[in-house]
Design a protein around this ligand. Structure first.
Ligand code: GDP
Ligand code: MG
Length: 493
């Protein structure tokens, strides 16, 4: 007798001692069947596990649209709605950005004021403004000349320190990559490349250029301080160490003058004659001076959404959603620079994205692209939408259209701006928001139908993405439909 004869397991599964040949055949058959079923279950479990893994794969979402269409603001809404912890941790970092936005609003007005005061002091009564198209007929002979007073000179003087604040803040954010201002830039430098940072010098807007966006813009400030310290560069260090708090003090000290210049009737008249709508510009905070220009200012959620930090290249943001139907699921959102020259950098990201949110700012029907003053911004959105619909790589990608800046559209129409003057095909339709959105929406839909390589659904939302509450509802719908598509794909694979 060997050891196996005493092994309880061997004994338990051993055939009964007096088995007849028929019994033995039956037994073997039953065993084979049991094995088959067991294997089948194993196989099924394996498949389910694999499927789960596929479903757990990150959902990839790309935000596209021309520059200043609201892509980054939409991304921030995602973070606010679905990754609140991270949002709160970062909120205070936006303080310096909001200060910069505010200070730039003021300095832009000061620039115009300087120009116009200089011009107003010229002896010629026929003076017709400066050569800048936006201020063409500020003092045209048909209207009374603007009367600048001692008060304006004093305001200019007292607001002088804000120039330095702007320069300081821009330097802090590494303001080397700049908004293209002309048509001469036609080729895209690869994102993140040296060239894209150094080739544009005229400082109109600062930007971030990195593989993960605003986080590293904030990180950069810390790194610059460390470098100055290591080099023993006391001067650089002193400048950099000027903390947000010191900057806040200077801005708080200018609070009354900032309000005074913004509320001054002559300045308002000057801006309106020059058709400069500061309130429509990116990062507009002049109506919030009382709240922001204080030494202990802390940004609100809405402030952060409205803060403008230009995006360059393609930036990836990874969020594990804490809320919503996809709680626990990783989402990767890609935010891109939207100027014409940066669009070439988008294509490599088209490969395996689940969905694209395409932002079309429909309030821009009477505006031109900053990078090419010949091109109407709405027309540019249509063309861009067409090339996205048309793209074979994206033929199976869900496209979600946001007709954005509806709030600005509404305000514009209420001011009496007529769509037909910029979009002749609009014709004699009613110049109101519902007719306008329906008209534009139809146009986008037709392009989708006509140019998509395979038929696909048209998902569209009317949005004002600076409104965090209504945007949260919209994002809920977006999440739902992307998730459904994501799961369906996992099941198919
Ligand atoms: N009034 C209004 N402003 C918006 C809206 N969407 C974006 N903005 C503002 O427009 C500017 C550009 O938005 P941003 O998200 O940076 O555009 P991006 O260049 O496409 O990333 C920012 O100052 C935003 O606050 C909107 O729906 N309404
Ligand atoms: Mg952006």
């Amino acid at each position: 007798m060997n050891a196996a004869d005493f092994d309880p397991l061997t004994l338990a599964i051993a055939p009964p001692p007096n088995e007849t040949p028929t019994e033995r055949a039956d037994r073997e058959l039953a065993e084979a069947e049991a094995l088959r079923i067991s294997n089948e279950i194993d196989e099924q479990l394996r498949k389910e596990r694999e499927n789960e893994k596929k479903k757990k794969r990150p959902v990839k979402l790309l935000l596209l649209g021309q520059s200043e269409s609201g892509k980054t603001a939409t991304l921030k809404n995602f973070q606010l709605t679905y990754a609140k912890r991270e949002w709160i941790a970062e909120r205070n970092n936006w303080r310096a950005v909001i200060f910069l936005n505010l200070v730039r609003n003021v300095n832009n007005i000061l620039d115009i004021l300087n120009r116009e005061m200089a011009a107003a002091s010229l002896p010629s009564p026929d003076y017709i403004g400066s050569s800048d198209e936006s201020s063409e007929d500020i003092n045209s002979s048909s209207r009374p000349r603007l009367k600048f007073k001692e008060k304006h000179r004093l305001l200019k003087l007292r607001l002088g320190p804000l120039r330095r604040i702007q320069t300081d803040l821009e330097r802090r954010f590494g303001a080397t990559a700049l908004e293209p201002q002309s048509t001469s830039i036609t080729t895209a430098a690869p994102f993140g490349s040296e060239e894209s940072q150094s080739s544009r010098q005229s400082s109109k807007e600062f930007s971030i250029n990195s593989s993960n966006g605003w986080k590293s813009a904030f990180e950069k400030i810390r790194a610059m301080r460390a470098a100055a310290r290591a080099d023993g560069d006391a001067h650089a260090l002193r400048r950099l160490q000027e903390t947000d708090d010191e900057i806040a003090e200077v801005i708080a000290g200018c609070r009354d003058d900032v309000k005074a210049i913004w509320e001054d009737p002559t300045v308002r008249e000057m801006l309106s004659r020059g058709k400069t709508r500061v309130e429509d510009s990116a990062g507009f905070f002049l109506n919030d001076v009382d709240r922001i220009a204080v030494s202990n200012y802390e940004p609100t959620d809405d402030d952060v959404i409205r803060a403008r930090l230009r995006t360059l290249g393609v930036q990836e943001y990874r969020f594990i959603f804490e809320h919503g139907r996809t709680a626990g699921q990783e989402w990767r959102l890609y935010d891109v620079g939207g100027t014409r020259s940066s669009r070439a950098a988008w294509w490599p990201y088209f490969d395996d994205v689940n969905a694209i949110i395409f932002l079309a700012p429909i309030s821009c029907f009477d505006e031109k692209l900053a990078e090419d003053r010949r091109v109407n911004r709405l027309e540019d959105s249509f063309l861009l939408w067409r090339s996205v619909c048309d793209c074979k790589l994206l033929s199976r990608t869900q496209l979600i259209l946001f007709l954005n800046k509806c709030d600005l559209l509404q305000a514009k129409l209420q001011r009496g701006v007529r769509i037909r003057d910029s979009v002749p095909s609009f014709g004699d339709r009613r110049n109101d928001i519902s007719t306008a959105t329906r008209y534009f929406q139809q146009h986008f839909k037709e392009i989708l139908k006509q140019y998509s390589p395979v038929q696909r659904s048209f998902f569209v939302h009317l949005t004002s993405v600076i409104d965090t509450r209504s945007t949260a509802v919209t994002l809920g719908a977006v999440e739902e439909s992307i998730l459904r598509d994501h799961l369906r794909r996992a099941d198919l694979m």
